[in-house]
Design a protein around this ligand. Sequence first.
Ligand SMILES: CC(C)(COP(=O)(O)OP(=O)(O)OC[C@H]1O[C@@H](n2cnc3c(N)ncnc32)[C@H](O)[C@@H]1OP(=O)(O)O)[C@@H](O)C(=O)NCCC(=O)NCCS
Length: 290
Amino acid sequence: MTPVQILDRLSAAQAADVLALAAAAEQADGVYPLSEDVVLRVRGGGSPAAHKHFLTYADDGRLAGYAFSEGELVVHPGYRRRGHGTALLAAAGSGPLRFWAHGDEDGARAFAEKNGFERVRVLWQMRRSLTEPLPDIPLPAGVTLRGFRPGLDEDAWLGVNSRAFAHHPEQGRWTRDDLLAREAEPWFDPAGFLLAVDVADTLLGFHWTKVHPASGDDPALGEIYVLGVDPAGHRKGLGAALSVAGLRHLAGQGLTVANLYVDESNTAAAALYRRLGFAVYKTDINYQRP
Ligand SMILES: CC(C)(COP(=O)(O)OP(=O)(O)OC[C@H]1O[C@@H](n2cnc3c(N)ncnc32)[C@H](O)[C@@H]1OP(=O)(O)O)[C@@H](O)C(=O)NCCC(=O)NCCS
């Protein structure tokens, strides 16, 4: 094992190696090990922050493990149980650290316990068939829906997003750069980014959908990518109406399955999604070391 490399940015070749390693882990584990945010940062996008990439190489010169500070850690299935994960953790220092384990697996749990990590967050992926009928939920009086307008709606969206997700750090901290990085992605479709506005065109809430092509055993998925309602307007039926409008949009694109990610502790959203017929499909665990 060679010393862990610690980098602010990855070269194109390093980024390709990290994504190939992640794909190999997905093949072996049945779950993709990196979040969308980390994939964007591997590819050089997102807001410039004080994050670091950690790379560990096997003696044969191949990339054996990858970690992202405050983020994720993955070891290639061909190089496990050889100390790469421990070396990545050691390189990240002894201070506070957290990582996501995608899938509630024994291997990740044992590794976390051995290294003094605790489970701090549980993220559910929920799914629902889009071929089952959706309930009719009208918009509150005076509210209409329209598509997101790139170049015009960013400030209003960032404001509502930060207020709606004030208690959900990863989503609530999004900056303009984080938003613009998504707008530049090939999957971005303003027609699937629904904004709920009042008669003065003030933004009250939004439902941003995302279409994922079929991959492995998964069919194409229509995701409730981000759903938020300005807290001043909670509990008036807007979240439910926005959800259904976005799901109808996805069904209209020919998608048959909808999915979403929600914190187990987010009781409001989990209750809303269960009411709309979603059920837990997969669980991701966030481990943290104090
Ligand atoms: C989740 C969220 C979008 C719901 O929006 P909303 O407009 O307040 O929700 P609605 O008024 O349409 O509520 C619909 C149903 O959801 C459930 N629900 C909503 N808020 C709830 C709460 N605080 N506690 C329990 N259930 C709740 C209820 O079943 C509710 O129906 P009811 O009012 O008839 O009981 C909103 O709370 C929000 O923006 N939260 C922060 C952002 C977020 O967590 N988004 C989802 C992450 S994936």
